[in-house]
Design a protein around this ligand. Structure first.
Ligand code: ZN
Length: 68
């Protein structure tokens, strides 16, 4: 295992994790932040014409340190 460690980044509203998935193929990518998710979706859409769905990944750490 190498690469992304979700525990390294936390605290900012804009650094939420998103899972970008394609409805037409098996493309799937996790990203930090909504802008990056949108950007990846746009790139894939331009290259393939596929429709992209971006799902927000709920944080699985710190059960009750923050209340919204
Ligand atoms: Zn696709």
């Amino acid at each position: 295992m190498s690469g992304d460690d979700p525990a390294l980044e936390q605290g900012e509203d804009d650094s939420k994790q998103f899972l970008v998935r394609c409805e037409s193929c098996s493309f799937e990518r996790s990203t930090d932040g909504r802008e990056e998710a949108t950007r990846l979706g746009n790139i894939h859409h331009r290259e393939t014409g596929h429709e992209i769905v971006a799902l927000e990944v709920p944080p699985s750490v710190e059960p009750d340190s923050e209340t919204k």
